[in-house]
Design a protein around this ligand. Structure first.
Ligand code: GUN
Ligand code: ZN
Length: 435
């Protein structure tokens, strides 16, 4: 039954971004300490100071009041694997061994549709519980895993981007989609899902190590044939992986060149990790306008390396922030930002709170080419919202006693100490979770 169009307003400290604070400075951030977000028919109607907007609130509007809380655009994760919810916390291996010993085993279970449905439901509920309202998601090579995922996202009215993994070598036979098959399956899935409601498709070759030249060539054809789809893969995460790629593609002068040759570098391409790149590879990513996904909990847990944000900034490479569950260890973008901060500390760099929250919201929306719909409180945008309580735990409340109304410190406490417990409410298209 169709619900009547609901008018809702959210009152609290309303914070969002109009630009990257690393480039635009403090003016990039909008802060309304007593703010209001007015939502009409699932979209942002207005956002600003309550004193300005209360007069615009129409009779019959429900006002959800969150004193002491921050109201932000829903958090966005640019790289995560839904089939790896039961891979998190797999002990003692680095990338290639971790894939073989744990990940490929788990991914084979997604041949069964019921399993994929059960995991997709858990995964999306867990994202939402953590304040993540949009993610770019890897499924398995089974087309059914993609159908199960998008159906679950549609049922929750969540905006997601996802794609069928493509692999035609160096993985168990049961996971390979060799020859024409990976192309045909991807094409059919794009037709079925791309642009349907809130769903978008990402063409998803796993990484160079598990694709032949032929498959990457077919991937390039898919990218050319579907220029409005995203492309996601992994790049230069681990030393042994880089060596394997060099052996498998002896003609390539670098790992990046493998993807480049097949036309996979562009402004809608997201490359997970990008830890061990030569200068010419970084330059090429910048020139192509491609995005590097910084996955700190994964890079630490799998022991892959320390992302160099300052180098990417200097070169002008776009960077997104991501959990990479299940190499990553937390669904929480707040935990992810905390670990990003620590990784950069080890490199003698910093990640200030404004930039971290920009990355989790507008920055990641831009990385996914979705900033015309989500990531900020721009009127007309989809009302995906997270309400964060900076005093959610006794330790946070205690720390916040010294913060007063300092927004920067409040955000920094949230990213350093916060997790799912700090998420007070999540709205998808203006509807609260569980409604
Ligand atoms: N490289 C290729 N596949 C994967 C994966 O599933 N996780 C991570 N972290 N790296 C990869
Ligand atoms: Zn990954």
């Amino acid at each position: 039954m169709a619900r009547p169009p609901l008018r809702r307003a959210l009152r609290g400290r309303v914070v969002d971004f109009t630009a990257d604070p690393a480039e635009a400075g403090a003016g990039a951030l909008r802060d309304h300490p007593d703010g209001l977000v007015i939502i009409e028919q699932g979209r942002i109607a207005a956002a600003g100071a309550a004193s300005d907007l209360l007069a615009r609130v129409k009779p019959g509007t429900r006002v959800d009041h969150y004193p002491g809380c921050l109201i932000l655009p829903g958090l966005i994760d640019v790289h995560i694997h839904y089939p790896q919810t039961q891979v998190i916390a797999s002990y003692g291996a680095r990338l290639l061994e971790w894939l073989e010993k744990y990940t490929f085993v788990e991914e084979q279970r997604f041949a069964e549709r019921g399993h994929a449905e059960r995991v997709a439901a858990f995964f999306l509920d867990e994202l939402r519980r953590n304040g993540t309202t949009t993610a770019a998601v890897y499924c398995t090579t089974h087309p059914e895993s993609v159908d199960a995922f998008f159906q679950a996202a549609e049922a929750r009215n969540m905006r997601t981007v996802a794609g069928k993994m493509m692999m035609d070598r160096n993985a168990p036979d049961a996971l390979l989609d060799g020859g024409q098959r990976g192309y045909d399956q991807t094409k059919a899935l794009i037709k079925r899902w791309h642009g349907r409601g809130r769903q978008g498709y990402a063409i998803t070759p796993r990484f160079a190590v598990t694709s032949s030249d032929f498959q990457l060539e077919m991937t390039g054809a898919l990218v050319r044939e579907h220029p409005d789809c995203l492309m996601q893969t992994h790049l230069a995460e681990n030393d042994l992986e880089i060596r394997a790629a060099a052996e498998l593609f002896p003609w390539a002068a670098s790992y990046t060149q493998i993807y480049d040759r097949y036309g996979l570098l562009g402004p809608r391409s997201i490359f997970g990790h990008c830890l061990h790149l030569a200068d010419d590879e970084v330059d090429r990513l910048r020139e192509a306008g491609a995005v590097a996904a910084f996955c700190p909990t994964s890079n630490l847990f799998i022991g892959s390396g320390l992302f160099d944000l300052a180098r990417m900034d200097r070169a002008g490479v776009r960077v997104g922030l991501a959990t990479d569950v299940g190499g990553g260890t937390s669904y929480s973008m707040l935990r992810t930002a905390a670990e990003a901060y620590k990784v950069l500390q080890l490199r003698g760099q910093n990640l200030d709170a404004a930039r971290a929250f920009y990355m989790m919201t507008l920055g990641n929306a831009r990385a996914l080419a979705l900033d015309d719909r989500i990531g900020s409180f721009t009127p007309g945008h989809e009302a995906d919202v997270v309400v964060l309580d900076p005093a959610a735990t006794p330790a946070m409340a205690h720390r916040m006693e010294r913060a007063g109304d300092d927004l920067d410190l409040t955000l920094f406490v949230l990213m350093t100490m916060g997790d799912d417990r700090a998420v007070r409410q999540v709205y998808l298209m203006g509807e609260p979770a569980g409604a």
